[in-house]
Each structure stands twice: as structure tokens, then as C-alpha cells.
Write a protein that binds this ligand. Structure first.
Ligand code: ADP
Ligand code: MG
Length: 601
């Protein structure tokens, strides 16, 4: 049969779209609660039957909906919260897509009763499977009550995916806990199957709510933390290292009041807790992260627990600092770190952050959203560590292969001279930068080799006269078994009989070396030792070794031109903070560091 192209009926399209918003009862509950809060409610009552699978009812004392608009609320893309695309960059409400109500209505039966504040009467609308059944005027209290029943009755495929009642109930409670934690002004009263399961009074501070919501035991083990970086402010509570869990379910991150899951924040948390919490154990955290709305894009995922930050590094640093200084202040860990600076100044920290940023902010391949910097305070970097200051480029520019570029633009620095024929000294505004020429060059070569091998670029240089090398029988075996990997790295060898091999080409990057010496080193440093390495491990080792052999040595005077080209190369080399062995490739001294060294502070 021939398949013809046809536009989907509205019902089918709605049900498909609904799948993104309405996955399970808890997601319906979440949307209803958020609508109530967006309507400035201060009091919510929630009723759940069978974990929300049978019915969900949310009543609020918010603004209500005008009688003329109750039907409209259920139309797709009908929202009172934004008018133009620009508005989504300044979102302060939870909703803005105008998708929740129509989505819910397309997969369930919905009754909404609402009276606008100060209106004389209210209205009632009933929809089933997306179609309006009734709209009528009725008397009712101010505010809005939405009841959802017959969930997924029209979508058996979805109904099948519902978990047990207790699992769905747990998911619903999780949604309520997030709301309770993030909205101190809200009174919340929840019954499940007619029994009261949660009642939170209005409180001034969230900390007054922790025991109620997370349990007294958790609350007793928590310490307050805060930090500030750039335009980012973090306030929150974290558990001391003597209290941990086997999973990350105790992570409550709220960005501008919105609950988010963010792997970057989680990564930063673990960086902060490194060395103080046992492996595979996780803290419980409540973070309120606030930043100008235009610095965060919440429009990434319909369920909106994913966000994208304009300055992810500020977020990262802020979280690490909050955790580290919080833990440092708590008596349980006193003496581990004096201050966050100790950890953030560690070169391996930089690399960790860069890898995390690369992994969690760029992998989507999506273009960075365009932000409108005209509105709101302009972000100013106030980070006093290694990356701030003038002449530094945007940290999230990418090289061609998508890796992160470093924070410092070396070509913009003023070269002052070489020390000990090994270290290059630069001045850059109010900072002094010292490059270890060997380590830096090693990293440059390493990244080049790695990139070339990845692209399978041919970077071999044939030797005019092949070298002959005799080996021990075991070396010979290893050499031959690594033949393919070596070839990938530009090293062509051929068996020549009698435990000798013929070297026919070497990588073009290494032509300044004696081929024979290089090959001998290769045997002793990479292949020997009898350990059989995995292909990747062997490759890595080989690349590191090649980079090391090819790099300029210490005790080597560089001309100004050589320094210039080294700087230019550094500017396009990812992970240039360290050499491939992990040692720092350069050090940065801020003015404040110098002042400290000169005991001026
Ligand atoms: P969104 O929240 O993205 O605007 P929804 O489909 O969730 O879209 O809701 C559509 C509109 O219905 C909202 O913009 C709001 O005007 C109105 N609305 C929904 N729930 C309530 C409520 N509890 N109180 C007042 N107005 C509401
Ligand atoms: Mg909504």
C-alpha cells in the first residue's frame, strides 16, 4: 500500500505533543501547581487518589480566570504569561508555553472551576479527551480548582507505562517537596486517598521548613552555605560529610525558583565534596541559585527541568565555593581546606572544570541561544581566580572539533623574557603569566597528534632511507601486534625477519628527532614492560610519548618568533592548562597574588 502524506488530526497531534509534558500523574500535578503559583496563590490544597493515577485535584486561592477566558486556557499556545519571543528571556513565571492545560485535557478528563478575584460569579468548564463538554457560569469561591480524572484513558499505550500506585505516589510527593522547599510563602495541604500526608504552614525562612519536608535527621546534619560569582548568587543548605546517601535523589537545585536537574551543578557538587565524602555516597543539598533571567535559558526542555546557562563557569565556581567554604566552616571537616581558593587554584581543578563544561554544556550540539543583554544588569565577571580579567576571551568558544578553548589569550600578553632557558614570563594587564615551555609545547603537540589521528589525517613523513632496528623476540612481538596503532600515529614499520623491523615513516611533527632514537625510546617507554595495554591506553601512551619527545626541552633558548608562535598555538589548544602528564603548563599570578607574596595584604 502506498503511504500518503497527511496532516495529523488535532487530537492525534495534541496527544503526541502531550507526551512531552504529561508523562505521568506527577507531571500533571507539577503543571497544575505551577499554574496555581503563577497565579499568585498563597494557599494550595491537593488531593490525590491512587498516587494520582485515579484523580488529581489542585485548589488555589489565586487570581482566577475570567469567565470569558476559561475555554481559551485549554487552547494550545494560549498563555497569559508571555506575548513575544523576547519575553522568554525574562521569564519569571513557571509557565509560558501555553501547553500544559491543553496537553492534560487531551489525555484525561478535566474539570476547571474558577472565579476571578472580585468577579461576581465563576465558571466551570469540563473537557474530555480534549473536547469541551460543558462551559457554564456557577457560584464558587475565588481562585481555581482543577480536577483531572480518567488519566490516559484515551491513550492506552501511556497507561501501560504507569508504574505501581506507590511509585506514582512517590513521584507526586517529590513534586510537592520541591514546591514546598522553594516557596516559603506558600501554605500547602496535601491529602492522599483522604488522608493528610503533608501540611506545611507559611514560613519566613526555608530553613524552618527543612525538617518538615526532608525529615529532622537530615535537617540536623545540614549547614548553611552561600557564595557569589559574577551575577550568580547561591544560597542553600548542604549536609555535612557525616551524612550521605547512596544516590543523588537528595539534590534540590532551584534556579530562579525553578527546580532543575543539571549535570554541571552535580559535577561541581562532587568537586566540592571530593576527598571528604566516601566514594559512591552523595550529600543532600538544597541550592537556591539566582541570576538575571536573561542569563539562563529555561526553554530547553518542555518539562523544564533542564536549563542552559550563559556563564556556566560562574555557576560551577559558585557551587564549588559554596560547598567548600561551607564544609570548611563546619567543625567536622575543619582543617581540610582553609578556603575555596586552595581547591580552585589547583591546576587539576581547572582541567576538571573544563572537562565538565565541555561535557555538560556543549554536547547537545545545539547553538547557544541568543541572549538579550540590553535588559537587566550586565554580567560582570568577578571571579578572582585564574580566569577573570581583561583580554580573556569567552570561555565557551569552541575549536573546530568542539573542545573548549582556554581562558587566557596568550597572544595578547606582553612577552618579558625567558628564565632559566625554560620558563617564559609575560605580563597581561594586572597579571603575570609564566609558561613552562616544555609542558606547553607538549600539550600543543599532544592535541595535534590526537586530532590528526582522530581525523585519520595522514601526517606521516616517509624516511628517505628506512631505518633498521633489531629487537628482542618479545619486543618484536609487541611491535608487530601494535603495528596498526603505530600506523595510525604515522609510524610505519615492517617486519624484516630475524627480530628486526624496518621503520619507513615517522610522524611529520617529529622530524627533528633521530628516527632510530625515537624508535628505541618507543620500545623502552611504551611497548616494553610486558604489560598488555588496551588499544586506547596504548594510543594515549604513544601520543604522550610522541608529544614529549617532540616538544622543546628546557635548557633551550627560544627566539621571540618561536615564543610568538608558541603563544598562538596555545590559543587554539584545548586543555592547555596542563601538559598531558597533568603538570601545569602555565601559572597565573594576579595582582592580589603578588601583593600577598609581598605581604601587602
Ligand atoms: P502556561 O502556564 O504555559 O501559560 P497553561 O496551559 O498551563 O499554560 O495555562 C494556560 C493559561 O491558563 C495560563 O497562562 C493562565 O492564564 C491560565 N491558568 C491556568 N491555571 C490557572 C490557575 N490555577 N489560576 C489562574 N490562571 C490559570
Ligand atoms: Mg502552566
Amino acid at each position: 500500500m502506498e503511504n500518503r502524506i497527511a496532516v495529523l488530526s488535532r487530537e492525534v497531534a495534541d496527544q503526541i505533543a502531550a507526551g512531552e509534558v504529561v508523562e505521568r500523574p506527577a507531571s500533571i500535578l507539577k503543571e497544575l501547581l505551577e499554574n496555581a503559583i503563577d497565579a499568585d496563590s498563597t494557599e494550595l490544597s491537593v488531593n490525590l487518589e491512587q498516587g494520582g493515577c485515579k484523580s488529581i485535584r489542585v485548589s488555589d486561592n489565586g487570581q482566577g480566570i475570567d469567565a470569558g477566558e476559561v475555554g481559551l486556557a485549554f487552547q494550545r499556545h494560549a498563555t497569559s504569561k508571555i506575548q513575544s519571543v523576547d519575553d522568554i528571556f525574562h521569564i519569571i513565571t513557571y509557565g509560558f508555553r501555553g501547553e500544559a492545560l491543553p496537553s492534560i485535557a487531551s489525555v484525561a478528563r478535566v474539570e476547571m472551576i474558577s472565579r476571578k478575584r472580585n468577579a461576581l460569579s465563576g465558571s466551570r468548564v469540563v473537557l474530555d479527551g480534549g473536547k469541551v463538554e460543558t462551559i457554564q457560569e456557577i457560584g464558587c469561591p475565588e481562585g481555581t480548582t482543577v480536577s483531572v480524572t480518567h488519566i490516559f484513558d484515551h491513550v492506552p499505550a501511556r497507561k501501560k507505562f504507569l508504574k505501581s500506585v506507590s511509585t506514582e505516589q512517590t513521584a507526586c510527593m517529590e513534586v510537592l517537596v520541591r514546591i514546598a522547599l522553594s516557596r516559603p510563602e506558600l501554605r500547602l495541604n496535601v491529602t492522599a486517598n483522604g488522608r493528610e500526608v503533608l501540611r506545611v504552614p507559611h514560613v519566613k525562612k526555608i530553613s524552618d521548613r527543612l525538617a518538615l519536608v526532608l525529615g529532622e535527621d537530615v535537617a540536623e546534619h545540614m549547614i548553611r552555605v552561600d557564595a557569589e560569582k559574577g551575577n550568580v548568587r547561591l544560597d542553600g543548605m548542604i549536609t555535612r560529610p557525616d551524612y550521605s546517601r547512596a544516590n543523588t535523589r537528595g539534590y534540590y537545585f532551584f534556579v530562579n525558583g525553578r527546580f532543575v536537574r543539571d549535570p554541571l551543578i552535580s559535577h561541581a557538587v562532587m568537586t566540592g565534596y571530593r576527598r571528604v565524602i566516601p566514594e559512591k555516597r552523595y550529600p543532600i543539598l538544597v541550592f537556591f541559585i539566582d541570576l538575571p533571567p536573561e542569563d539562563v535559558d529555561v526553554n530547553v526542555h518542555p518539562a523544564k527541568t533542564e536549563v542552559r546557562f550563559r556563564n556556566p563557569r560562574d555557576i560551577y565556581d559558585c557551587v564549588v565555593e559554596a560547598v567548600v567554604s561551607g564544609l570548611g566552616a563546619g567543625s567536622a571537616t575543619e582543617g581540610i581546606w582553609k578556603h575555596a581558593g586552595e581547591i580552585t587554584a589547583d591546576p587539576s581543578y581547572r582541567q576538571r572544570v573544563e572537562e565538565a563544561l565541555k561535557r555538560y554544556t556543549l554536547v547537545t550540539g545545539a547553538k547557544r541561544p541568543v541572549y538579550h543583554s540590553s535588559a537587566g544588569p550586565k554580567p560582570v565577571s568577578s571571579f578572582t581566580g585564574l580566569w577573570d580579567g581583561s583580554g580573556l576571551r569567552d570561555l565557551h568558544e569552541k575549536t573546530e572539533d568542539g573542545s573548549l578553548l582556554p581562558g587566557i589569550r596568550f597572544s595578547d600578553l606582553d612577552y618579558l623574557g625567558q628564565v632559566g632557558a625554560a620558563y617564559l614570563v609575560f605580563s597581561g594587564g594586572d597579571k603575570m603569566v609564566v609558561i613552562d615551555q616544555h609542558a606547553a609545547h607538549e600539550r600543543i603537540l599532544f592535541e595535534k597528534i590526537r586530532a590528526a589521528a582522530q581525523k585519520r589525517a595522514d601526517f606521516r613523513q616517509a624516511l628517505l632511507v628506512p631505518e633498521v632496528l633489531s629487537l628482542s623476540p618479545s619486543e618484536y612481538e609487541q611491535f608487530l601486534s601494535a603495528q596498526d596503532i603505530l600506523a595510525e600515529a604515522g609510524i610505519d614499520i615492517e617486519p624484516f625477519g630475524d627480530n628486526t623491523v624496518l621503520l619507513k615513516s615517522i610522524p611529520a611533527l617529529l622530524t627533528n628527532l633521530s628516527p632510530k632514537q625515537f624508535l628505541q625510546d618507543l620500545v623502552t617507554e611504551t611497548l616494553a614492560g610486558g604489560k598488555i595495554l588496551s588499544t586506547t591506553a596504548l594510543k594515549e601512551k604513544l601520543f604522550i610519548m610522541m608529544a614529549c619527545k617532540g616538544a622543546v626541552k628546557a635548557n633551550h633558548t627560544l627566539t621571540d618568533d618561536e615564543v610568538k608562535s608558541l603563544c598562538a598555538e596555545m590559543d587554539t589548544t584545548p586543555f592547555n592548562a596542563t601538559c598531558p602528564h597533568g603538570r601545569p603548563a602555565y601559572l597565573v599570578y594576579n595582582l592580589s597574588d603578588l601583593q600577598k607574596l609581598f605581604k601587602r595584604t
